[in-house]
Design a binder for this molecule. Structure first.
Ligand SMILES: Nc1ncnc2c1ncn2[C@@H]1O[C@H](COP(=O)(O)OP(=O)(O)O)[C@@H](O)[C@H]1O
Ligand SMILES: O=C(O)C1=C[C@@H](OP(=O)(O)O)[C@@H](O)[C@H](O)C1
Ligand SMILES: [Mg+2]
Length: 170
């Protein structure tokens, strides 16, 4: 089966859901952020500090576009939607699932944006980033899942159901 690629704002649950979803489907699990850290031997926030936003996005693009796997749930980083080649690669080969949450829920989960290492330009607020990003998540999503009010288990079940239905019709 095709890979399931989770996209969405930082804190929407890509990494948390991804690993349990993989287990339930009998898939492998890969977190693209961990691949980036492993390849470069540094934390994401250190890479962003060293190379700047654009340099980090180049690294993120290169790592994601090279992923050549099957039967794998891939949790991407929230900024992967700025990486055009990587997104073309995912849309062509895999099933891209957008985990959608309202701004308020994301803001409450991201207490320390800097520590997480979010790609946030100088002067840009989290709200600006949210408004800019949702257009990109919607653009690339093949499936969108509204996650507000759903537990980890419910969200995982909803994604699994939608993906299986999508596979039957595509
Ligand atoms: N229903 C839920 N689904 C997923 N994550 C949830 C949920 N409720 C609370 N959380 C919390 O939200 C955070 C999601 O973070 P994470 O999985 O790292 O997101 P991402 O990889 O998208 O940045 C975690 O701290 C997780 O415990
Ligand atoms: O949205 C972002 O700008 C980022 C999100 C992070 O991943 P998560 O979405 O898993 O938090 C990570 O890729 C990087 O630090 C940048
Ligand atoms: Mg993550």
């Amino acid at each position: 089966m095709k890979n399931i690629v989770l996209i969405g704002m930082p804190g929407c649950g890509k990494s948390t859901i991804g690993v349990v979803l993989a287990k339930v489907l009998g898939f492998d699990f890969v977190d693209a952020d961990v691949l980036i850290q492993k390849k470069h031997g540094k934390l994401l926030r250190e890479l962003i500090a060293e190379y700047g936003d654009d340099g980090f996005l180049q690294i993120e693009n290169d790592v994601n576009k090279e992923i050549d796997l099957k039967n794998t749930v891939i949790a991407t980083g929230g900024s992967v939607v700025y990486c055009d080649e990587a997104m073309q690669h995912y849309v062509k080969n895999d099933i891209v699932v957008y985990i959608e949450l309202p701004y308020g829920v994301i803001a409450s989960r991201l207490e320390n944006v800097k520590r997480r290492g979010v790609v946030l330009k100088d002067g840009q607020t989290l709200k600006d980033l949210y408004n800019e990003r949702i257009l990109l998540y919607e653009k690339y999503a093949q499936i969108t899942v509204k996650a507000e009010g759903l537990s980890v288990e419910e969200l995982m079940d909803t994604i699994a159901e939608k993906v299986l239905a999508y596979e039957k019709t595509h």
